[in-house]
Design a protein around this ligand. Structure first.
Ligand SMILES: Cc1cc2nc3c(=O)[nH]c(=O)nc-3n(C[C@H](O)[C@H](O)[C@H](O)COP(=O)(O)OP(=O)(O)OC[C@H]3O[C@@H](n4cnc5c(N)ncnc54)[C@H](O)[C@@H]3O)c2cc1C
Length: 464
């Protein structure tokens, strides 16, 4: 192995969608960047995933949209089904339109573009082990190289993009970043990519990704059916982490047997994974350190989509590193701008959707069928509240909802309360403090909202 460089402006741990984006934009501005991943180079991008991504991120980052071998198919929007399948909400928000990608090819492209942007050192088959500290500031990472040798790599800023199981987050010495993610805030998934060998089974709704809410078949999660091309699908299930049983068995019974009707098929890929489904970490940065993507819980809590936010975060983290290093500083005060960007944009949306996720997980199939069929909280409202933090229903709209929901007054009241709290939390995130001093007061207000929603759920259970 040739001699490796050991000191950098920025080290990025993890070459997934988040890490390659951070490395690319930091390197493009001339920073001295090291990118490491435990996988071998040819396998980077290969991940158990639903493979769906909206088109907006490519325009925002001004990078090429997926094409050729990276692209599986185009998607117009999403369809969300009630458990009894009687109600289908079609979401045609332009942000939902996009692509199903071939994950390996997509990941390889992002990696190659990062390397072309000027990453100074790329180390594959290299495992990050621990954070290096000096005076409360992260100054690098201890890694195990391909040959087994342990070395210390120094950074002015370390970006952790090592995914949900980040070993580095668990080692952080910080009063503002949480180390552990509660089980109840993640979803355990299992999925397969299936190719029908003959034309005796067609791909359903080939222009939409389909999500089915069903508390009995997918407790605490959902079933997904995504097209890949005219003869292949990506189908899977997500369930509570605490599910007592094997998620693979649940998949076989409630997904595979329900949706694969032909005997002529090939299973192209299968496997499980975990997605965080909560608001982002309290803080995604501290002295000399930033976290992005799954490592920072930056995943849409409602549908588990994390590719787009990991890339957004990678871009913001690179910009914060560039600005901080321009003035030769790396303390949390200089990196706070990264938190601010995250929390006031998709962080606000995810906090709002997190409340919705918590309430949806507490509803029975019966309540879900009732609420969705009567539009007590519609798809458009959810998009509006979570993205803008504002939705003022007219008196007539409220009266119509009250009339439709009259036979279930408690559910109606709970959903109205939820709507109010979603708006409140979105506004709170949009007003995220621009400095650390005001952070404890802000955090207290967020916790109060969560406590109120959790109390509502406890009361609901008691009244049953
Ligand atoms: C079953 C399933 C379905 C999903 N479906 C979708 C979907 O359809 N659309 C969507 O947008 N999102 C989906 N997601 C979520 C999405 O895959 C993630 O949010 C996204 O990949 C996060 O990217 P990341 O860069 O943060 O982390 P990752 O893609 O997980 O990348 C982390 C990288 O870090 C490396 N690494 C880990 N530990 C170390 C270490 N110690 N040292 C060095 N390197 C290390 C890994 O090898 C990996 O390359 C799904 C997730 C699952 C599990």
């Amino acid at each position: 192995m040739e001699k490796i460089q050991k000191s950098f402006d920025v080290i990025v741990v993890g070459a997934g969608t988040g890490g390659t984006t951070a490395a690319r934009f930091a390197a493009k501005k001339g920073l001295n960047v090291c990118l490491i991943d435990r996988k071998q180079k040819a396998k980077i991008g290969d991940k158990i995933c639903g493979d769906a991504i909206g088109n907006e991120i490519f325009d925002i980052l001004k990078i090429n949209h997926p094409k050729n071998e990276e692209l599986s198919c185009y998607i117009k929007g999403a369809k969300l089904y009630s458990p009894n399948l009687k109600k289908c909400i079609t979401l045609l928000d332009p942000k939902q339109a996009g692509y199903i990608v071939n994950r390996l090819e997509f990941g390889q492209r992002l990696l190659n573009e990062a390397l072309d942007a000027g990453v100074n050192q790329f180390l594959d088959k290299t495992m990050a082990l621990d954070l290096l500290y000096q005076n409360n500031t992260v100054i690098g990472v201890q890694v195990k190289l391909e040959n087994g040798e342990k070395v210390n790599l120094n950074s002015k800023i370390l970006i952790d993009a090592s995914g949900f199981y980040s070993p580095l987050r668990k080692k952080i010495k910080s009063t503002i970043i949480e180390k552990n993610i509660l089980k109840e805030d993640s979803i355990l998934c299992y999925r397969e990519i299936i190719k029908f060998s003959t034309k005796d089974q067609e791909v359903q709704d080939p222009e939409y990704i389909t999500i089915i809410l069903d508390q009995e078949k997918a407790p605490g999660g959902y079933i997904w059916y995504f097209p890949k091309n005219d003869s292949s699908i990506n189908i899977g299930i997500g369930t509570f982490m605490g599910y007592r049983g094997k998620v693979k068995d649940l998949y076989k019974k409630n997904v595979f047997q329900e949706y694969v009707k032909t005997h002529n098929f090939d299973i192209l890929s299968s496997g499980g994974g975990v997605v965080p489904v909560r608001r982002p970490l309290w803080s995604c940065a501290d002295n000399g350190f930033m976290l992005i993507g799954d490592a920072a819980c930056q995943v849409n809590p409602l549908h588990g989509g994390g590719i787009d936010p990991s890339m957004r975060a990678g871009y913001h983290a690179a910009n914060s590193a560039i600005h901080a290093l321009e003035i030769d500083k790396n303390s949390i005060n200089e990196l706070w701008g990264y938190n601010y960007e995250v929390m006031t944009s998709f962080g606000a949306e995810f906090a709002s959707l997190d409340l919705l996720r918590i309430v949806v997980q507490s509803l029975s199939n019966d309540e879900l069928n009732f609420g969705l069929e009567r539009d007590l909280l519609s798809g458009e409202e959810i998009l509006e509240i979570s993205s803008t933090g504002a939705l003022n229903l007219s008196f007539v709209d409220m009266a119509v909802k009250a009339f439709k929901g009259i036979s279930r007054p408690n559910l109606l009241l709970d959903l109205n309360y939820l709507r109010i709290k979603m708006k409140e939390i979105s506004k709170l995130y949009k007003n995220f403090p621009d400095n650390l001093e005001q952070f404890p007061e802000w955090k207290k207000k967020v916790i109060e909202i969560y406590d109120k929603i959790k109390k509502m759920i406890v009361n609901k259970k008691k009244s049953k």
